[in-house]
Design a protein. Sequence first.
Length: 109
Amino acid sequence: MKEYAKDFYNSEAWRDCRRSYAKSVGMLCERCLKKGLISPGDIVHHKIRLTPENINDPTVTLNWNNLELLCIECHNKEHAKNARRYLWDGGELRPPRSEKISRKSVTGG
Ligand SMILES: [Zn+2]
Ligand SMILES: [Zn+2]
């Protein structure tokens, strides 16, 4: 995560925003869904990348039209287009499947 974006990603406004946005699209990866695949969304991605210039502009950072809920794979693909290294938005959601995994390991055997 970029240093200038830290405060934004830790802000209540962004947490609320990404939570409501994820709910509004059914908590599923929007790109997988278009291909007919059901993948839980992991990351709320900004279509217009956040920069030091727009980080304090809620019409960019908190605008639902600028958001896209993606699974990790689609998110990595999106960022791999423009950068060699994967960049994370820091907009991770905790997907229900990780809970399932830990519950399984408790009762499993
Ligand atoms: Zn996906
Ligand atoms: Zn992203």
